[in-house]
Design a protein around this ligand. Sequence first.
Ligand code: PMP
Length: 356
Amino acid sequence: MSQYWTDLVHKLDPYIPGEQPQDQQYVKLNTNENPYPPSPEAIQALDSYNKHQLKLYPDPESSRLREALAQRFDVQKENVFVGNGSDEVLAHSFQAFFKQTQPLLFPDLSYSFYPVYCGLYEIESKKIPLNDDFIINTKDFDIDNGGIIIPNPNAPTSMLIPLSDIDKLCKQSSSVVIIDEAYIDFGGESAIPLTKKYDNLLVIQTFSKSRSLAGLRLGYAIGHKDLIEGLNRVKDSFNSYPIDSLAQTAAVSSIEDDDYFQQTCQKIIQTREQSCEQLSQLGFKVLPSAANFIFVSHESRGALELYTELKQAGVLVRYFNKPRIDNYLRITIGTEQEMQKLIITLSEILQPGKIS
Ligand code: PMP
């Protein structure tokens, strides 16, 4: 608290990211990072980068990177916006499109940064409840609105909505629809092709999950060129150089290395399916996941208690103390060995007769 803060700063309710312990002593399954390293080609590009070039500002338009993304997704460079993590792309999108006379709509259970941006940009919002099975019914979004944002797959539930629903959503809406596809590469079908059909659809993805580059901070949006121009107007009123030269270089190589990308995504999907089966055998209800994380609750043991015991045993998962989901744990899919450690630790914790 400070007398020097503006009223707005007093009112902010900032996002709290998952723990990033610096001591490396945990099996870290709490922030949906990829357990595998970035593409060897991205690492090679960083190794051979001429550091003397760091005296210069980076390309403010990230042209090579936007070109590489355009090629990858079969769109034009004018349809691509890049930002410092998809969080920054989301923030600019909220500012560019969502401060309208009608409220922004998003699911009551979804990415908890959305209400934070609403606070920062003073955007009215309305939460649309998921049904009892955590399913998003896109028909419920057919009310007056100043925009719609939905993560697909949803976070933290991990559940996917079909592309046909997104198609209907864009058709029924006269405002901007954003699909936040941070986790789409782990089993979903991207809505990017629909951006050619609907000029109100913006699809946002990230290098942080399926491309193992969370530390580089890179995200992007794909949509009609007028939406992209709106984002560029916000970006160039905020920071002309959000993507540093090293990030631009590594990201281009990562995009070009499609084999490695496919391999690591497949490995995570396989490990996820195996872990889901093992957790079901231990008495967990596991929601159907199309992401690199799963959302689980146990038939007899409370989530907070399990979170605490796992942490004591060196396994970090995510617990949300929020209505409707306070008996669930969100568990990131790690390597096979990391998931084995999780399963063994949970088996020990859940042993009959064990006093907690
Ligand atoms: N969207 C969703 C749904 C997320 O879970 C996250 C990760 N916390 C992000 C966007 C932001 O990811 P990043 O800024 O690392 O690209």
